[in-house]
Each structure stands twice: as C-alpha cells, then as structure tokens.
Design a protein around this ligand. Structure first.
Ligand code: NAD
Length: 283
C-alpha cells in the first residue's frame, strides 16, 4: 500500500505558485487577488476561510474576506459580488458554502463573473468542464486529479466509483474522470447496494460526510481509495468516510484524512486564482 501524501504535494504546489507570484510582481507589478465571502457564524466555514486566507498570505496574494451576518439579505450579497466583479485588484471570488437557508446559493453563484469563478461552480464553468473545454475546475476534484497525476496512476479504461454526487465534489469528479476515459459510476444516498458498485471498481472516490461508510468488505484487493470526507468525531478527532485502518492494507494507494484531499483543495484554489490572474494579464 502506498499512502498518497496530499500535504506534501500541496506544499510543492504552493511553492510553485509563490514563485510565479514573485515573478509577476517583479516583471509586471501584478499581484493576484482573491476575495472571499463568508456569511454567518458556522465554525467549520470560519476555519476553512482562515486556512484559505493564510495560504493566500503565504504565496503573496492580496486577499480580502467580506464577513456578513446570518441576517444579511440575498440582494446585499449580490450587490457585494457585483462590486467585486468589477474590482480590478480581484482575480478570484469565492463564496464559502453552505450559505444560510434563506439564501439561494445557486442564484448567488450565478452572479459571480465566470472569469473570476475560481471555485468553478458557475454554470458556465460547469458546462465547459462537461464538454472538456478549458475552464475553472472545482478545487477538490482538481486536487484529486493532481494526486493521480503525481503518483502516475493510469485512469484510462479503469472502473471508477464515485460515492456522493454533490455539485462541488461528486459531479465534477465524474466529469474529470470521464474526460480522461475512465468508466464512471456515480452513487449517492439512493443507490441500492453501494457495496456491489465499490467492489467492482478499481478506484473508489468518496465524498459523503459519514465516518466509516466504506469498510474493508466493500473494497477489492489492489483498489485505489481516495477519501474526500471530513468528519469531526465527538472526541475531536478528524476522520474521513473510509474505515482507514481496516481498508488500507487492501489498497494499492490510499489518501489519509487529514493530509490527503484537504490540503490539495486549498492548493488548487491558489492555482486557480493564479490562472485567473494570468488570464487578466494576457488581455
Ligand atoms: P453534500 O451533503 O452536498 O453531498 C453528499 C452526497 O453524499 C450526496 O450526493 C448524497 O446523496 C451522498 N450520500 C449521503 N449519504 C450517502 C450514503 N449513505 N451512501 C452513498 N452516498 C451518500 O456534501 P459535500 O459538500 O459534497 O461534502 C461531502 C463530504 O466531503 C463532506 O464530509 C465534506 O466535509 C467533504 N468535503 C471535503 C473537501 C475537502 O477539501 N477535502 C471539500 C468539499 C467537501
């Protein structure tokens, strides 16, 4: 079994971005800018935004966080995004999800300028991803693809089972794998006999949010297991969706939680923001 070290890959990626940022500053006097919108008081969202802001600082980005109370109206969020869309110092806009229940997240995402949509959630980028055109790819699945690339894991013709079918994880993951000629099965809460699907797969990618959803009897010998889930147990321990200790010995490759998909997600946010800056520069 080989452990996929997302933390170390993310560190390398971050160092590359920092170098490019320095070069942009020196040669063109350009500094990439990221704006984050954080609504409400969800502690996990706050922690993620803090990590993203820290990473931005480390690579030399200009970054701002627009903090808004739970009680804010949809129109006020939209007005803020419209303002940031036209701010020349900002290349990337990220709305931290989930949003409070009275806000229509899809409407909010549609207001973001697709050229600044560094999370890749705008329908424009979603459509381009599905049709295999250049676009902003959602950071978590992009990070998973980077891990496959770095560990030279061949995907063409492989059976891949994705567990969880959200817009931000499962669906874009499926598009990316299909685009590289894997045979993709997407499973979700209504899937009957999940085990039958995972057992017949070479690659299992799980993003659900349920500890121990994937047990050893659901994984075939030599499978590749990517765990995207993040769960905080009552004892404070952070775990994924895979029963790691029982599953690891059956795998050829496996990602840990923490230290797998999580750090890669932040690294890809930096890469996407740099990509947005480079597109601005070409204009
Ligand atoms: P979501 O709630 O939007 O989607 C969950 C998906 O899992 C749904 O498609 C649902 O049908 C499916 N599901 C639920 N129960 C299931 C079951 N028993 N069997 C099979 N499928 C089931 O969640 P999300 O936003 O996609 O996040 C999923 C997990 O990934 C969470 O733990 C989240 O914290 C984590 N996540 C991690 C990162 C990262 O950076 N590593 C990024 C995004 C999300």
């Amino acid at each position: 079994m080989q452990l996929i070290d997302g933390k170390s890959l993310a560190k390398d990626s971050q160092a590359r971005v920092a170098k490019e940022v320095e070069a942009l500053k020196q040669t063109k006097n350009i500094i990439p800018g990221l704006a984050v919108i954080l609504v409400g008081d969800d502690s996990a969202s706050r922690a993620y935004v803090k990590m993203k802001a820290k990473a931005c600082k480390e690579v030399g980005f200009y970054s701002i966080v627009h903090e808004m109370p739970d009680s804010i109206s949809q129109d006020e969020i939209i007005a803020t995004i419209e303002m940031i869309n036209t701010n020349p110092r900002i290349d990337g806009i990220l709305v931290q999800l989930p949003l409070p229940k009275h806000i229509d997240a899809e409407k909010i995402i549609e207001v973001i300028d697709p050229k600044k949509d560094v999370d890749g959630f705008h329908p424009y980028n979603v459509g381009r991803l599905v049709t295999k055109l250049d676009c902003f790819v959602p950071c978590t699945p992009l990070g998973v693809m980077k891990m496959f690339e770095k560990y030279e894991i061949e995907l063409r013709g492989k059976n891949a089972c994705i567990v969880g079918a959200s817009n931000i994880v499962g669906k874009p993951m499926a598009s990316l794998l299909l685009n590289i000629d894997a045979t993709v099965t997407i499973t979700h809460i209504h899937t009957k006999d999940l085990k039958a699907h995972t057992l017949s797969s070479d690659i299992i990618i799980v993003g659900v949010g349920k500890p121990n959803l994937i047990t050893a009897d659901m994984v075939r010998e030599g499978a590749i297991v990517i765990d995207i889930g993040i769960n905080r147990l009552e004892n404070g321990k952070l775990v994924g969706d895979v029963d790691f200790d029982a599953v690891k010995d059956k795998c050829s490759f496996i990602t840990p939680v923490p230290g797998g998909a999580g750090p890669m997600t932040i690294a890809m946010l930096l890469e996407n923001t740099l990509k947005a800056t480079q597109a601005r520069e070409i204009k």
